[in-house]
Design a protein around this ligand. Structure first.
Ligand code: PEP
Ligand code: MG
Length: 307
């Protein structure tokens, strides 16, 4: 199973009914990008740029950021890299850009909220991204967007950096409010990427990583939000949360309309195989099930033909 997947890892992934799915990688370092390219990733669907910013006393300069983003693009063989702007705050504080003390950091000044509260830091990052986007295919993506107003504020800062036409702009949809309002972003983005880790946490009121409140992205409440985004957003939809790496979830996500799966590098070959086995399922009934366990049973019980 695994060796067959690896043998075809550098070929495109197309479902049985002919839908091409980009299988991308999530990367948090240049080494991850090297591994992702070797594993057959079609692009880097999520670069967690925090790695450049954490555990230091001052922010990286624009030149340092440009050098690192360039190395990421080179490691990916010149394939598209999706640079997510800084996703810190709350649980991941920066010494040089502190936020207010917060009792509930996951509900506080994190993601794009943090960037908008630290304009100099944000401007520098966007300037570095724009410089690299003039040389190689780049997308930029804003995390934790909740309202159109925030996106428009971010776009204004980006505009001041004079972005080239080829720079694609997207948002992460990882707050339920953004999923429910997906259609309002349509005219202002080239793509959206579902962050199912946070979307699951916020939908199920279950902190990620807290073993006392385990949460599964296959919960029908989360799936209904994904369905709602695919139906209403009008631009290509990716998934970059852990759910995309779950082979069992792949036929469901592609049937709902997801066209890119961004996964941990080592999962690229098996996710591509899962895409090739998918296609033609009717999945609407799964959104009516009571819980994630029932959805898993429904997906695992499908005959091996995938129908
Ligand atoms: C997510 O929330 O699903 C996601 C991909 O982003 P992160 O895990 O970095 O919060
Ligand atoms: Mg997230």
């Amino acid at each position: 199973h695994r060796s067959q997947a690896v043998a075809h890892a550098h070929e495109p992934a197309v479902t049985r009914d002919g839908v091409a799915i980009a299988v991308a990688a999530n990367v948090s370092s240049v080494e991850d990008a090297v591994a992702a390219f070797a594993a057959g990733a079609d692009l880097a669907g999520l670069v967690r740029t925090e790695f450049l910013f954490l555990d230091r006393d001052r922010a990286p300069s624009v030149d340092e950021q440009v050098a690192t983003y360039r190395r990421l693009a080179e490691a990916m063989g010149g394939r598209r890299i999706t640079l997510r702007t800084l996703d810190v705050g709350g649980d991941k504080p920066l010494r040089y850009a502190p936020g207010p003390p917060e009792r509930n950091p996951f509900l506080g000044v994190r993601g794009l909220r943090h960037s908008l509260a630290h304009p100099a830091l944000f401007r520098d990052q966007l300037e570095a991204i724009v410089r690299v986007a003039r040389e190689t295919p780049v997308s930029v993506m804003f995390p934790m967007v909740t309202s159109l107003e925030e996106l428009l504020a971010a776009r204004r800062v980006l505009h001041e950096a004079d972005p080239p036409a080829g720079l694609e702009v997207g948002i992460m949809v990882e707050v339920p409010a953004a999923a429910l309002k997906a259609g309002t972003f349509q005219r202002h983005v080239d793509f959206v990427s579902l962050g199912t880790n946070d979307l699951t946490q916020y939908t199920l009121a279950a902190e990620r990583g807290n073993p006392a409140v385990p949460a599964d992205g296959l919960d029908p409440a989360v799936l209904r939000l994904i369905d709602q985004v695919c139906r209403s957003v009008g631009v290509p939809v990716a998934v970059c949360g852990e759910l995309a790496s779950d082979e069992v979830a792949v036929p469901l996500l592609t049937a709902l309309g997801v066209r890119e799966l961004s996964v941990t590098p080592s999962a690229v070959p098996t996710v591509k195989e899962a895409v090739r086995a998918a296609g033609g399922e009717s999945v609407a009934w799964m959104l009516e099930l009571p819980d994630a366990a029932a959805v898993r049973r429904g997906l695992e019980g499908r005959p091996a033909t995938g129908r």
